[in-house]
Write a protein that binds this ligand. Structure first.
Ligand SMILES: Nc1ncnc2c1ncn2[C@@H]1O[C@H](COP(=O)(O)OP(=O)(O)O)[C@@H](O)[C@H]1O
Ligand SMILES: [Mg+2]
Length: 242
């Protein structure tokens, strides 16, 4: 892609967004380096809500978020972060970087991709991605623990998901942890690992929405204080249908 610069050094590849940086040191993908150089941001405790291994830091006066690719649902002692190498373009990190650039270019609310790192080791690779921090944002799942979300916001969520579907963007893991709202209640979709642009079909679009609905119901079932009511999803669907 024309906005991505790719640098090779031995078994390591760093690809970065040329619109943001003139250079991007590989060391910035190393949490120990970030820590020992006091680059980590203060909001790191909040970022640890995901699967872990998420680090916030600043470079070039831009607040960034680092994430290492690993398979979910594997017990920590068996953490598997190695993937089969095919081509650079097919790595998880390059695929996510590309779809984020495309969606951002189309004006859709996603984190701006900053850089990707791939470490090759024979037939396998490990990878990381860095995106621009969405300032003062919380995940929908964490917001609903504290308070309810207005029907107007649920409707806007539906409108935004509809826009992604209009571009045939299939989010591989659309759930309440991967939707964020900032202080102005702007809505973002995050975490585009394994997401693809796919031939249009009502079937996968409805499955996408069904997955989000089930994730909300599951959270509501496991926490009696979770501020979710089935009518909230009706508001979302109303926005989707507009
Ligand atoms: N660009 C970003 N801006 C703000 N917060 C982010 C950003 N990217 C990730 N996060 C935070 O980190 C968490 C985990 O990131 P995510 O991309 O969903 O990875 P995973 O679910 O695989 O751990 C998110 O739930 C969110 O709280
Ligand atoms: Mg996630």
């Amino acid at each position: 892609m024309k906005d991505i610069e790719v640098n090779y050094e031995g078994d390591d590849i760093v690809a970065y967004n040329k619109l943001l940086f003139e250079r991007f040191p590989q060391a910035l993908f190393d949490p120990d380096f970030l820590e020992s150089n006091s680059l980590l941001s203060i909001n790191n405790a909040e970022l640890q809500h995901g699967r872990g291994g998420i680090y916030g830091f600043e470079y070039n006066e831009i607040n960034l978020v680092l994430r290492h690719y690993r398979r979910g649902g594997v017990p920590a002692i068996f953490i598997d972060d190695k993937y089969l190498w095919m081509t650079l373009a097919k790595t998880r990190a390059m695929q996510e970087m590309e779809i984020l650039l495309t969606m951002h270019g189309a004006g859709l609310p996603v984190p701006i991709p900053a850089a990707a790192h791939i470490h090759r080791n024979g037939l396998t690779y490990q990878a990381d991605i860095i995106t621009v921090l969405i300032p003062n944002a919380k995940t929908l799942s964490s917001l609903l623990v504290e308070d309810s979300v207005s029907s107007e916001e649920w409707q806007r969520m539906g409108q935004i998901i509809k826009k992604f579907h209009h571009y045939n963007c299939h989010h591989a893991d659309l759930n309440a942890h991967n939707i964020m709202l900032d202080q102005q209640k702007e809505i973002y979709l995050i975490d585009f690992d394994r997401s693809i642009i796919k031939a249009s079909s009502e079937k996968w679009k409805m499955q996408n929405l069904g997955r989000l609905k089930r994730s909300l119901e599951k959270l509501a079932n496991s926490n009696k204080d979770f501020h979710y009511h089935p009518t909230d999803f009706s508001s979302l669907m109303q926005g989707y249908a507009d």
